[in-house]
Design a protein around this ligand. Structure first.
Ligand code: C2E
Ligand code: CA
Ligand code: CA
Length: 747
């Protein structure tokens, strides 16, 4: 997969992940919050419900107390009571008017009459009578009663007083079940169970279903919730306090609230399972979550769709921007994009790598001769070949028409060069162009990356190396070489300044005197050019002559020096001062100039200097393999009266045979030749032999580069004629040379 797409994908993935985490986190937080709130809500609901329940019971019993108490008051001192018959009728009346199931009256003597006409003796036990007397009113729970319908009932009793002396009790009986509705009349329908209990937990009444006999016994099996304790519940109920209790029963979380109803330490209890409330709220929450998730899902799908479209788009864009349409491989953009990571991988492994520019040679000719189709074929084959050649971690691309870029590992220059050679030979084997077999050939420029360098500079350096390789005949690759390039830069600078330098007469003639071994006096001089640059100072000819030889400027310069030398000689001659023959160096390029000899002669004639004062120095390398032309030139110069010296003899391809065929007036022994004789006795013998033979051929001998007395002694000993070297004098500016020459003549 493409690197950048991976990144995109990663980004999208992370985005979706974060979004999903946020939604999930939000949902969990929401859920937690809801669950947490739930408990509180349940408590609030339960407190309200519990209070309402207690109030209901209180109200119902209170109104019944009111009725009975009113009845009791109405019976006080009423004569009707004296006659039981009347009393029964009255009780009946009262019963009809109230909701009581049965009413009755018990006299102090125990005689009891009921609204249903029955008469009993001592219906109410003594404790009841006592309690009523004491409190004027009483409610108690009965498990046995004269009621036909139901045995379990409430007994309500009120004292009937006569002149402050209680003498009877009026009472009513009501089946306990008739209170059930009151117990269930609370608004909150989620209450699973409402109870009326006494202090001991005995269940007097329950709603909506029948309950166990004792609540406390049931609670024995319950596990209290954190924050609650059973002891507290029991204690509160003993002390008449209200409260709430949370517990788990049968795996179900429940809360119960208890409120005293103000009669007989009785309590109403409302029991609410959390689930019943939770279910409602949770289903609500669940619905909203489902909604939320589906919204997120829809949004996600939408996002995915947009991303997909974007990806399709960027795929197309990527193709446009990063793929070479011809080879289907990376283009320069892609290469540049991948380069940093690839380079970093090499660095990480501490391996050296190189930026390589590979050029498909003769691509344009291939196109022109065989057509574009074949040209394309050649490029495709190159791409395929390179792809096969790559090792893991290496990358390549086609950057422009016939140019490929490669990033290759470079354990050593030799190793890389080896690999390229192998690639060249593989490429050379076959590239089918129509019927013919045309070998592919490449040229490479290599920059071994050694430092932190911007990409474009690496390409630039590899390109410089490629240019170098293309310039050098027979070279198929070149490494970027800083020194070499610096040389090129200097050359360029020299070239751009040379014409001006000539016009401004920055080139100066220096003369180095030649001394006779025999007399020790100056017998000649050699003209050596110096470039006195206005800002860079003196530049030695070794720097600029090779450049001028390459660009041909040396032709102009040599003539200029020739002219300067002639003017110098003429000037002295005119002044009647002594002169010596001066040798002037001429590049081998002059040999191709048919006007060469004529021009030299013309100058001398114009100024009016006899040719015997002038010597032409030609280097030995010119002579080699060019004997015929050399003979012509020698003949021509001699005909004009100039003498000719062979320069740098012994430096290169020296051959006595050549010398035999050429009529040099003088042979100049190369300074290196002499220097080698310093250390090597056999060399001295060679030199001595050569000198002898050259003399036999009739040439004079000048030893160049004489630096030590020992050398001078040796040369004198082997009958060398003339010495030129630092031992005697350095090349001198004209005025200094004149001084030396004048001194020499006055001795
Ligand atoms: P060359 O023709 O062999 O000139 C002799 C070189 O040897 C000169 O170097 C000179 O300074 C140096 N030399 C003289 N005595 C000694 C010595 O005792 N020890 C050492 N080590 N060197 C000594 P220079 O002037 O730098 O010239 C270098 C070369 O440049 C010359 O070599 C010549 O080939 C070329 N050249 C100089 N002037 C011209 C010119 O006007 N035209 C052309 N075509 N070439 C020139
Ligand atoms: Ca010379
Ligand atoms: Ca020389």
């Amino acid at each position: 997969m493409f690197e950048y797409k991976k990144k995109e994908f990663k980004k999208t993935f992370i985005f979706i992940l974060i979004a999903a985490l946020l939604v999930a986190g939000g949902s969990v937080a929401y859920w937690w919050q809801v669950s947490h709130r739930l408990e509180q809500d349940v408590r609030v609901i339960l407190e309200a419900a519990g209070r309402e329940l207690a109030d209901n019971m209180k109200t119902v019993l209170g109104s019944q107390q009111q009725i009975l108490t009113t009845l009791a008051v109405s019976l006080e001192d009423d004569p009707v009571l004296k006659q039981p018959h009347n009393l029964i009728a009255y009780l009946k009346d009262q019963k009809e008017n109230s909701s009581f199931a049965l009413t009755g009256f018990q006299f102090a003597d125990g005689k009891t009459v009921f609204s249903d006409n029955t008469v009993k003796t001592g219906f109410l036990p003594k404790e009841t009578i006592d309690a009523v007397k004491k409190n004027n009113f009483l409610i108690s729970y009965q498990t046995v009663s004269p009621l036909q319908s139901e045995q379990k009932s409430l007994l309500l009793a009120a004292a009937v007083r006569n002149k402050q002396q209680p003498w009877g009790v009026v009472f009513a009986l009501q089946p306990i079940s008739s209170y059930r509705d009151d117990l269930g009349s609370i608004v909150l329908t989620d209450i699973s169970l409402s109870l009326l209990i006494d202090k001991q937990g005995k269940v007097l009444l329950s709603y909506p279903r029948s309950a166990e006999d004792n609540m406390f016994e049931v609670l024995q099996q319950a596990r209290p919730n954190k924050k609650f304790s059973k002891e507290e519940l029991y204690q509160n109920i003993q002390q008449g306090n209200d409260g709430i209790f949370g517990y788990i029963f049968d795996g179900e979380q429940r809360f119960l609230s208890y409120y005293p109803i103000g009669y007989n330490d009785w309590y109403t209890v409302a029991i609410l399972p959390v689930e019943s409330v939770a279910k409602k709220i949770k289903s609500l929450v669940f619905m909203s979550l489902v909604l939320c998730v589906s919204i997120v899902g829809v949004l996600g799908l939408l996002l995915a769709f947009i991303l997909h479209m974007q990806q399709q788009n960027s795929k197309a864009l990527y193709k446009l921007g990063f793929i070479d349409p011809l080879t289907g491989q990376d283009n320069a953009n892609a290469f540049q994009l991948k380069f940093p990571a690839a380079a970093a991988a090499f660095k990480e492994k501490d391996q050296s790598f190189a930026m390589v520019l590979l050029n498909l040679n003769r691509f344009k000719a291939l196109n022109d001769i065989y057509g574009f189709e074949q040209g394309d074929q050649a490029l495709l084959q190159t791409a395929r070949l390179l792809k096969e050649e790559l090792l893991p971690g290496e990358i390549y691309c086609r950057s422009t028409a016939d140019r490929f870029w490669l990033l290759l590992g470079c354990p050593s220059r030799e190793h890389l060069a080896d690999r390229l050679e192998k690639l060249f030979s593989r490429a050379g084997k076959n590239c089918q162009v129509e019927q013919e077999v045309l070998p592919l050939s490449f040229t490479c420029g290599i920059y071994v990356v050694e430092e932190e360098t911007p990409f474009y500079i690496m390409v630039d350096r590899a390109k410089l190396a490629l240019d170098t390789a293309r310039q050098r005949a027979g070279t198929r690759y070149a490494f970027y070489d800083r020194e070499y390039l610096q040389k090129i830069v200097t050359e360029k600078r020299i070239e751009s300044n040379m014409e001006t330098a000539l016009e401004e007469r920055q080139f100066k003639v220096y003369l180095q005197p030649k001394y006779s071994f025999e007399t020790g006096r100056i017998v000649g001089a050699e003209a050596l050019v110096r470039w006195i640059h206005p800002t860079q100072g003196m530049i030695r000819p070794d720097w600029f002559i090779p450049v001028f030889e390459k660009n041909g400027f040396v032709l102009k310069l040599d003539h200029y020096i020739w002219q300067e030398v002639i003017s110098f000689l003429k000037n002295r001659q005119d002044k009647g001062l002594p002169i010596v023959p001066v040798g002037v160096n001429f590049s081998r390029l002059h040999l191709d100039d048919p006007q060469f000899i004529e021009a030299l002669s013309a100058t001398a004639q114009e100024v009016g200097i006899e040719p015997k004062w002038l010597e032409v120095e030609l280097t030995e390398s010119v002579v080699f393999g060019n004997t015929e032309r050399m003979q012509q030139v020698l003949g021509g110069l001699h005909a004009k009266g100039f003498s000719v010296a062979m320069d740098d003899f012994g430096a290169g391809y020296s051959s006595l045979n050549v010398l035999k065929n050429l009529d040099f007036d003088c042979v100049k022994l190369d300074k290196e030749f002499l220097a080698r004789g310093e250390t090597n006795p056999r060399m001295r013998q060679v030199i001595s032999g050569l000198v002898k033979m050259i003399k036999e051929l009739g040439s004079k001998i000048v030893a160049e580069g004489v630096e030590t007395k020992e050398q001078a002694e040796f040369l004198r000993g082997i009958q060398c004629d003339t010495a030129q070297g630092f031992l005697y004098s350095r090349p001198l500016p004209l005025e200094e040379f004149e001084k030396k020459l004048d001194e020499d003549n006055h001795q």
